[in-house]
Design a protein around this ligand. Structure first.
Ligand code: HEM
Length: 126
C-alpha cells in the first residue's frame, strides 16, 4: 500500500501537517525552528500538505501548482544545520505520534524524512 493511503489519504496528510505546525508553534523547544518561518503559517501549511501528498505517493498537488519543487534551493534562504534538521525531524516524529500514525509506518517515514531533511542542510556548523 502507498504510504499516502496508509496515512488515510488527504485527510490523514492534512491532519499530520496541521499537528506539525501546531506543535512547532506551541512547544517552546521548537522555537528556533518556528522563528525561521513567517508569522502567519497558512500558506506554509498548504505547501507542505500539497508537497507531502505527492511525496507519499498520492496526488501531485504541489507540482501541479508550482512545477518542480527545487526543495533544496527553496531552503537556501534559511540557515539549516544539524540543529534545525533534528528539530524538524523531532517535530514531525511527535506529529506522527500524536496523529496516531501506525508505529511501523512512522519508523519507515522517519527514515525517508531524515534523507530529505539532511539533504536540506546548507550550514556546516551544527
Ligand atoms: C531540515 C529542516 C527544515 C527547515 C529548517 C525548514 C524550514 C522551512 C522554511 C523556513 C520554509 C519557508 C516557509 C514559508 O515561507 O512559508 C520552508 C518551506 C518548505 N519546506 Fe521546509 N524545512 C526543513 C525541512 C523540510 C523537509 C524535510 C521537507 C519535506 C519533506 C520540507 C518541505 C518544505 C516545503 C514543501 C516548503 C514550501 C516551499 C515553497 O515555498 O514552495 N522542509 N521550510
Amino acid at each position: 500500500m502507498l504510504p499516502f493511503d496508509a496515512l488515510g489519504g488527504e485527510p490523514g496528510v492534512r491532519a499530520l501537517v496541521e499537528r506539525f505546525y501546531d506543535l512547532m508553534t506551541l512547544e517552546p523547544g521548537f522555537a528556533p525552528l518556528r522563528e525561521l518561518h513567517p508569522s502567519a503559517l497558512d500558506g506554509t501549511r498548504d505547501k507542505l500538505y500539497w508537497y507531502l501528498c505527492g511525496w507519499l505517493g498520492g496526488p501531485q498537488h504541489y507540482v501541479e501548482r508550482f512545477g518542480h519543487p527545487r526543495l533544496r534551493a527553496r531552503h537556501l534562504p534559511f540557515s539549516i544545520g544539524i540543529r534545525e534538521r533534528d528539530l524538524w525531524l523531532e517535530c514531525m516524529r511527535r506529529a506522527m505520534q500524536e496523529t496516531a500514525v501506525p508505529a511501523a509506518l512512522a519508523t519507515a517515514l522517519e527514515g525517508s524524512f531524515f534523507e530529505t531533511a539532511d539533504w536540506m542542510r546548507n550550514r556546516s556548523e551544527p
